[in-house]
Design a protein around this ligand. Structure first.
Ligand SMILES: [Cu+2]
Length: 326
């Protein structure tokens, strides 16, 4: 008897310690400190979800504790006792009505955010979006800027207040592209290209990473995303164009081997490199690339036409495919 009490107290104490550490340990949850319109909406959704959970849990846990205490087996318990009780319309209405209301509210809000936060949905802005193509490699991120003609490894610079249209793929096991303060993660998979719009509203540096385990040095796939003014961004692009080496096809082949890299900058990259990487896994499948359907209107400037594709086949043969997916 004595021992059981001792264990009970220990369990109670442990629960409190875990609770206190959990509540105070996460001093800086960066997803709750977003710096862009997509991150803002996702933070609102997180707080809404927490509020709904609390609104459900607190009354349920409170009532559970109250009922256990009120109706406990005690000699002089004055709690009412109705062994023949059958039905109460009032109570049925309450305990079915509240869950139905909660589901209606949850459903409505979920549908709204699901449509608002489709990753490929363009961000409303007076400024024209810029495209950045991100390729997950073993174990680094390659970024190609088709509009600027430059490329980087493990470093991203973007202009503030401008929507960024990320195109994501992988030439390695699939990974997940994540800049927590700008918005949620999206998968980068070989043989396909996913689209993710993000925007930074403030000048600053944002921790960024791969969010999907992809092998030994997965932990080194972090990078810095630097949001600057448009003028500083343009100046940086010009400087990269002047000072940095060119990324060649051979250079890319080397880069795509397993290695850990510090940030690298390139003043140019092979024409349609990103499209080559995507299609080398999917040349025989229709992965929504517009050139596969002659009558379809290309939905994006960087998609290839049929001629580009045929010219490219030669170079493709040299590029070994490391991994498939699905
Ligand atoms: Cu896929």
């Amino acid at each position: 008897m004595k021992h059981r009490k001792w264990y009970k107290q220990l369990a109670f104490l442990t629960t409190w310690i875990v609770f206190i550490v959990f509540m105070t340990g996460c001093t800086n949850p960066i997803v709750l400190d977003p710096k862009g319109p997509i991150g803002d909406q996702q933070r609102d959704l997180i707080w809404f979800t927490i509020a709904i959970c609390i609104a459900v849990l607190i009354p349920v846990l409170g009532l559970t504790a109250f009922i256990i205490w009120r109706y406990r087996d005690k000699a002089d318990n004055k709690a009412p006792y109705h062994p023949d009780w059958e039905h109460s319309t009032k109570l049925e209405t309450i305990w079915w009505g509240i869950p139905i209301l909660i589901i209606i509210v949850l459903g409505t809000v979920t549908v709204k955010y699901t449509y608002d936060l489709v990753p490929a949905k363009p961000i409303a802005s007076e400024k024209k979006a810029i495209t950045i193509q991100a390729t997950a490699l073993d174990w680094k991120w390659l970024f190609t800027y088709p509009d600027q003609g430059i490329a980087t490894v493990n470093y991203l610079q973007i202009p503030e207040d401008v929507p960024i249209r990320f195109e994501l793929t992988a030439d390695a096991p699939m990974n997940s592209f994540w800049i927590p303060q700008l918005g949620g993660q999206l998968y980068a998979m070989s043989g396909m290209s996913s689209t993710l719009y993000l925007q930074a509203d403030e000048i600053g540096e944002y921790l960024s990473s791969g969010a999907n385990f992809s092998g030994e040095h997965f932990g080194k796939m972090t990078f810095n995303t630097k949001a600057t003014s448009q003028a500083d961004f343009d100046a940086w692009v010009n400087k990269v164009k002047l000072d940095s080496p060119v990324l060649t096809i051979d250079g890319y082949k080397k880069l795509s081997q397993k290695s850990v890299e510090d940030p690298l900058l390139y003043s140019a990259f092979p024409n349609k490199l990103y499209e080559k990487i995507v299609t080398k896994y999917s040349a025989h499948y229709n992965h929504e690339l517009s050139y596969k359907e002659p009558n379809s209107k290309p939905s994006h400037d960087h998609k290839m036409n049929k001629e580009d594709h045929e010219n490219m086949d030669q170079q493709l043969e040299d590029m070994p495919a490391h991994h498939g997916h699905h």
